[in-house]
Design a protein around this ligand. Sequence first.
Ligand SMILES: CC(=O)N[C@H]1[C@@H](OP(=O)(O)OP(=O)(O)OC[C@H]2O[C@@H](n3ccc(=O)[nH]c3=O)[C@H](O)[C@@H]2O)O[C@H](CO)[C@@H](O)[C@@H]1O
Ligand SMILES: C=C(OP(=O)(O)O)C(=O)O
Length: 428
Amino acid sequence: MDKLIINGGAALDGEIRISGAKNAALPILMGALLADGPVRIGNVPHLHDITTTLELLGRMGVTLTVDERSGVVIDPTTLSATEAAYDLVKTMRASILVLGPLLAKYGKADVSLPGGCAIGSRPVDLHLRGLEAMGADIKVENGYIRATSGKGLVGAHIFMDQVTVTGTENLMMAATLAKGKTVIENAAREPEVVDLANYLIKMGANIQGAGTATLTIQGVEVLSGTDYTILPDRIETGTYLVAAAMTRGRVKLKDTDANQLEAVLLKLEEAGAELTVGKDWISLDMQGRRPRAVNIRTAPYPAFPTDMQAQFTALNSVAEGQATIVETVFENRFMHVQEMQRMGANLQIEGNTVVCQGQPQLTAAPVMATDLRASACLVLAALVAEGETVVERIYHIDRGYECIEEKLQQLGARIRRVPTAIRSAANG
Ligand SMILES: CC(=O)N[C@H]1[C@@H](OP(=O)(O)OP(=O)(O)OC[C@H]2O[C@@H](n3ccc(=O)[nH]c3=O)[C@H](O)[C@@H]2O)O[C@H](CO)[C@@H](O)[C@@H]1O
Ligand SMILES: C=C(OP(=O)(O)O)C(=O)O
């Protein structure tokens, strides 16, 4: 297992490129199952979750071609199986996104039930209830969701009890090939949902209302192959902006989109950052100043994203003043707090709130990554801590950050990756 070794203290300074969005790439790659011909997807990030998705599709017999320049080509016409097995689903919950497309197109799907994970129990009941409303017959047995759709799915009026991103995506994909009209109310409005809708529309789907709380989908007979480019990763963008703010540095992030990050940019300005935005870039300059602590409350888009909560906890831990972070989306997303306390952060958990009292200095410690954004939080904390921090279990970070150490090195950070085997050999 690789580790990251980080020597804190360097103010970030420089320019980097932002990768394609993981959370858009996953449903878009799986959405290829709906097509009658090959799709070509550009700006696919190099991430573990993408490799897992390609393996998942490959095991179904789908033909895959990966080309550095032109992207990933998926030909679903060679599909020979409709199963998503436990060994892959357990490493990536988003595997559940094959359920809607498989049922809609092939009338059958056996998908391992994703378990809970470090950030919460994360049930998929709303995915299943929505598909049942569309006529699917669903049984859960031996840890698998076994679903069939007989003569095909039919349009339905679906009210989502809770805003769910992958739930909305699964049902929207299923509805594209269902008979008649589907209305999804209280739908997720995240930019990744909109990106998926735009892609499906390019394939020939009839979807209205993407980006609003009501989606109306008129089923069509077929969807065809297409070319599509994935939108930039707003969470990766936000993470590097926070890194620059915490280190009192300045960065320019290229190939990104400030329009998807309003809530995050507002908080960075409140923290004292000077921001400038262009059509496809954002720059941040702290003018060497220490950030101010900011109050955060996570909620579905367009409010402040839960996927940026851990990074702002890191920022608040070295900022001037006191602030609270309230997590309303996941019930257990504070795993980073204990590790941060080991680095000298003054953070207290009270229910779904963390009270942060900014400290002038954090100190290095060996720490353990527990989930994707918790890992990012620890890396950010290490960038400002005094001494050498070792972050273990970084396979979590490789799920969501493309070339994180290269990008941070490019910005002047002292960070390196050490494969465990090499490190032990060096230690004799
Ligand atoms: C691959 C992907 O896009 N992942 C994102 C997606 O995850 P994901 O789509 O899994 O998260 P959801 O939006 O579904 O979860 C929101 C809340 O709804 C609950 N819920 C969800 C479905 C369901 O059937 N029943 C239910 O109770 C969850 O437990 C959670 O409390 O949105 C999250 C919230 O923005 C992000 O943190 C993840 O990065
Ligand atoms: C929680 C996340 O991802 P996933 O839903 O894939 O676990 C995330 O991207 O922060």
